[in-house]
Design a protein around this ligand. Sequence first.
Ligand SMILES: Cc1cc2nc3c(=O)[nH]c(=O)nc-3n(C[C@H](O)[C@H](O)[C@H](O)COP(=O)(O)O)c2cc1C
Length: 219
Amino acid sequence: MENQIIKDLNWRYTTKMYDETKRISTEDMQVIKEALRMSASSINSQPWKFVVIESDEAKQRFSKTFENNFQFNQHHATKASHCILFGNKTHYTKEDYKKVVDVEVSSGHLPQERAEDMLNGAFAFAELNSDENGFNGNWTKAQTYIALGNLLHTLTRLGIDSTPMEGVDSKAIGEIFAKEFEGYECTFAIAMGYHKKSEDYNFGLPKARLAQKDIIEVL
Ligand SMILES: Cc1cc2nc3c(=O)[nH]c(=O)nc-3n(C[C@H](O)[C@H](O)[C@H](O)COP(=O)(O)O)c2cc1C
């Protein structure tokens, strides 16, 4: 298909080896961070935190989280230009949502007189997805995956390679990044940078996707 979006989606692929000498520019990192911030979420909840692994010290810390599990992804921690750890709140509260409603008002998006209705009405979506202990991590994680999808496409448009990773040790991340992820869980991450052609077995392979007729029904 000639469409540029489809060409881009064919261009992107999961990189298996990064060229550690190549770095994402500061300008592109600004775009990446802003794209994350602009991600959509249910009731505009934004129940996430993104920890950007940029310094050598942070890379060493991230690398350490792979000591016991998912070692096949470990090299990305130090070889990729940057990684991002995606955290989602485990107990998203009305106080959390109040901050969003305040921004809705201060940005001019929502009239002040509708703020209280919004706070109580829309938060029902969070309550619907919370258990008796206030755990709503499944719902907040679903929102956070939207940011991952948004980022994958953003990186494609920037011409930056990436590796989404569920192969991360959530428990170890929770320990080693305890301060950064207090109140959050991190169950997936992304590595970003530029592939090392000679060692990346995934580069240039054809896409393997189910046929439209198997997954899409137009009524
Ligand atoms: C949420 C998610 C988690 C993934 N986890 C890993 C991972 O831990 N390690 C890895 O090498 N690839 C991982 N992948 C890559 C997928 O295997 C890959 O996207 C899929 O096979 C399609 O190939 P493509 O991305 O090259 O088009 C993950 C992809 C997604 C979307």
